[in-house]
Design a protein around this ligand. Sequence first.
Ligand SMILES: [Mn+2]
Length: 340
Amino acid sequence: MAGVPPKSLLAGLLQALEGPAPLVILPHDNPDPDALASAAALKFLVQELVGKDTVIAQGGIVGRAENRAMLTYLNIDVEPVGELSFEGDVHVALVDTQPGRTNNSLPVGKIPTVVIDHHPAYDRYEGVPFLDLREDYGATSTILTEYMRESRLEIESKIATALFYGIMAETQDLGRESTRADIAAAQFLYPYANKRRLAKIENARVPREYFAAFHEAIERAQVYDNVVVSVLPEVQYPDMVAEVADFLLRLDEVEWACAIGRYKDHLHVSLRTTEREVNAGDVLQQILGSRWAGGHDMIAGGRTRIAGAGPEALAHAADQVRTRLLAALAVKAPAGRPLV
Ligand SMILES: [Mn+2]
């Protein structure tokens, strides 16, 4: 949404959702804390202010331990999107994603009633009754916090905790791509957040397989000039590539970190950078195609289908992504050096 948002955004949102039709809130597939918190907050608002039947649904899986802990400790119910019907009179609200993106499970041809997101607008979305896109915000949770404040509802502790964690996780504790709005939202939420539950989420327990996955990611990581890349032949859940990319970016001699991992018949790719002048989302869109990737200045994610089964198909697809990445970043090093 260009310029200063009008004062009555909340009124516009509620108006779009008037009538008896139930609401399905769809965060992006394999939702992260920002997407889950935004969905939970929107559900709370709609139930309190419109009294409407509302469910949160998702494609993919909630994989990351912190994100699963978030669902458990904050009582966020999420249903598999495959179990819902979008036939007939059903409102859909997309949060932290947009229509036509390959990272959500909005049925083809279904026009959502509401789209709230902080990614760059990928289209004009004429025909969507309520559109709130704020590219200059670090988190969709910040947008939802503003709706919450405007509503003057007493904010439930679990919702405040979810939104606070959503903002912190998305902006790496307000240090990555955060704006004044994100900081103001976090400050507003903090007194209401349940610190015990927050700590349980941030320090979520993980199974042995988690350590094995990191072991493998470190062992397979290769450094090419200022880029570190790790290819994982199999990940247990797609979010794992994002965790690995975040972790590898801590390497002091690189400006870029990329994790590539196979999950079912797709390669999932996460790209991170410490550079502020470039746009990681644009770089990844160059590599994977514009519909298959998205992101912001410093973080991006996407995926590509692996043509064929077996290790050769995987190796070929991963090589292709890595080659394009190194070309896009103008890396000269002909071969990588092992990280460890
Ligand atoms: Mn987000």
